[in-house]
Design a protein around this ligand. Structure first.
Ligand SMILES: [Fe+2]
Length: 336
């Protein structure tokens, strides 16, 4: 199964009929697989290439330089540099299915997250400007580009779902997202098949939608909703293709009309028949759209009629997000 590849510019430039088809295709993909791909999303190809170049530059800094931007040890959203193995996504595997994972497998990746520009509560720790000049200004500009696309996609989902204008975007307009660059160093196939480490264990994203750009290495897979437990590879024909997936927040608000699908990063499909070999380094860039702080994650009133809900607990956005993030960075004494 190939993901739908849709032209996002039809929303602003298409005929009424083309727009209607776009709304229907977005809904179909986001409800059935939880994933869709967009071209012509408004972020220029050159800027995306530049973002990959900045990512490479950041990750080739010394650990001492990256440590100046280290992830703070406090409750809250993801910020700053997390070293290889520090995040353990396996701790949140199964959360959306109501399961609890006690397995803490190290993710063989490092990442850097930035939040809103002037976040007074959870500021982003940055590397020294002298170590990587203009990195901060570029990343903040890229964050703004992604925020605009995030708002656009929410407007399209409002149309797709028959909601009032602003129903979703007004819950997210403050900008509470995270932009993450991630580097997966080369890894032996055997290291992954042994089960001791992962690139990223299967999980769902917590927010509204995730916008992802990836290089050509491969390994990203989404769970087949028709055959749970089996996974489908997600390819990108260029780094400019934007992969968009629904997160837990939209699954909860729509009372499961939209699907927050499990996904993971593992051995690329063209190497899965091998028992030995080295998987190349991988770079990806993800923007994790989130609700404003302190927004209820109960189903919206428009979706309450869809039978009962397993998401009726009165949990607020930031508490939900923080709870999940903290699980994936377990304290050493909690590791099993
Ligand atoms: Fe994810």
């Amino acid at each position: 199964m190939e993901l739908s590849l849709l032209d996002l510019s039809l929303y602003t430039n298409g005929s009424p009929n083309e727009c209607q088809i776009l709304f229907e295709q977005v809904l179909l993909s986001c409800a059935s697989s939880g994933f869709v791909k967009f071209v012509n999303h408004g972020i220029p190809d050159e800027k995306i290439s530049e973002a990959f170049e900045w990512s490479r530059r950041f990750f080739t800094l010394s650990d001492a330089a990256k440590s100046k931007a280290a992830r703070p040890s406090r409750l809250g959203p993801n910020r700053g540099w997390a070293s290889i193995g520090q995040e353990k996504i396996s701790k949140i595997t199964g959360v959306i299915k109501g399961e609890t994972s006690s397995v803490a497998i190290e993710d063989m990746k490092e990442s850097f997250d930035l939040g809103p520009h002037d976040d007074p509560i959870f500021p982003t720790p940055w590397p020294a400007e002298s170590d990587i000049p203009y990195f901060k200004s570029f990343m903040q500009s890229f964050y703004d580009d992604c925020h605009e696309v995030h708002m656009l996609i929410l407007q399209i989902l409002e149309k797709s779902l028959g909601l009032e204008k602003g129903r979703l975007s007004s819950l997210c307009g403050d900008g509470n997202a995270e932009l993450r660059i991630a580097h997966y160093p080369p890894i032996e196939i055997r290291s992954i098949t042994s089960g001791k480490v992962m690139r990223i264990a299967e999980h769902t994203d917590v927010g509204t939608v995730t916008l992802l750009f990836q290089d050509s290495v491969g390994g990203l897979e989404v769970e087949n909703q028709k055959r749970p437990g089996t996974f489908i590879p997600i390819h990108s024909s260029s780094t400019s293709e934007m992969i968009v997936n629904i997160g837990d927040t939209l699954q909860r608000w729509t009372n499961e009309v939209l699907c927050s699908a499990n996904h993971r990063v593992t051995i690329p499909v063209n190497m899965q028949h091998l028992s030995d070999g080295l998987i190349s380094a991988r770079i990806s860039i993800g923007y994790f759209g989130k609700a404003n702080r302190d927004i209820s994650l109960r189903p919206l009133t428009e979706f309450e009629g869809n039978g009962g809900s397993r998401f009726n607990d009165e949990i607020q956005s930031q508490d939900y997000y923080t709870g999940i993030h903290e699980r994936s960075y377990p304290a050493p004494e909690l590791l099993t």
